[in-house]
Design a protein around this ligand. Structure first.
Ligand SMILES: [Zn+2]
Length: 218
């Protein structure tokens, strides 16, 4: 029997016996009793004119009480949204503390912010696993990130040979790797197939490895 596929971060809920997903939900959606979910304060949220920090944070705490809310995310930092970067750091730090208090791993949105993320992980002595989602970095980025308690999740970038990840995927230790569909209208199976090809590895072995990574964290 093959291990189920694991889609570690998606915005599209699907029902399939052969598939485990962590579906990212909006804070105004309550947590269903079936399936696995994540809730977080995305750095882009801070750009919204009507963003209310205390209210949002209270709701986040409440949503994460559900046993089916497996992870806190997306949280993180995005340097392309420079204007609110200081505030992004403050909100991220509060989410780090919440993740530690509730002992739920984090799924992170990281745009040009590895340095800050790693520094904040050290500053807070965070023990919970963090998964950098949508990773498409170079071999150099992989080296910098691994060994810091961070996992890397790779998505539809693996379908494009010109992306950085096509060269760097092999450098990610298999026990730190996850795959995802995120917003893309594709099946996780397609991502697995492309990743297995780049890794020159049997797809069933990849399924077993990623399922074991999931079981270790959740
Ligand atoms: Zn996403």
């Amino acid at each position: 029997m093959n291990s189920p596929f694991v889609d570690i971060h998606t915005h599209n809920a699907k029902t399939d016996d052969d598939l485990i997903q962590i579906v990212n939900l909006d804070l105004n959606q309550s947590c269903p009793e079936q399936g696995y979910y994540s809730y977080g304060i995305h750095p882009w949220k801070l750009d919204e004119a009507d963003f209310q920090l205390e209210e949002t944070f209270a709701l986040l705490k409440e949503r994460l009480q559900s046993p089916n809310a497996l992870a806190l995310g997306e949280a993180g930092l995005d340097k392309m949204h420079k204007d609110c970067f200081e505030q992004q750091i403050a909100v991220f730090e509060r989410q780090i503390e919440l993740s530690e208090a509730l002992q739920k791993p984090m799924i992170l949105h990281d745009v040009k912010s590895h340095n800050e993320i790693i520094a904040l992980r050290k500053k807070h002595k965070a023990k919970q696993p963090w998964i950098l989602h949508g990773f498409n970095g170079t071999e150099q980025d992989v080296k910098q990130i691994i060994g810091q308690g961070l996992y890397l999740s790779v998505g539809e970038s693996v379908l494009h040979s010109e992306r950085k990840i096509a060269k760097s995927l092999k450098k990610i230790p298999l026990e730190l790797l996850f795959l995802e569909t995120d917003m893309a209208e594709i099946d996780i199976e397609t991502v697995y197939e492309a990743a297995a090809k780049l890794l020159e590895m049997d797809i069933n072995a990849l399924r077993a490895q990623i399922f074991s990574n999931f079981a270790k964290l959740f």
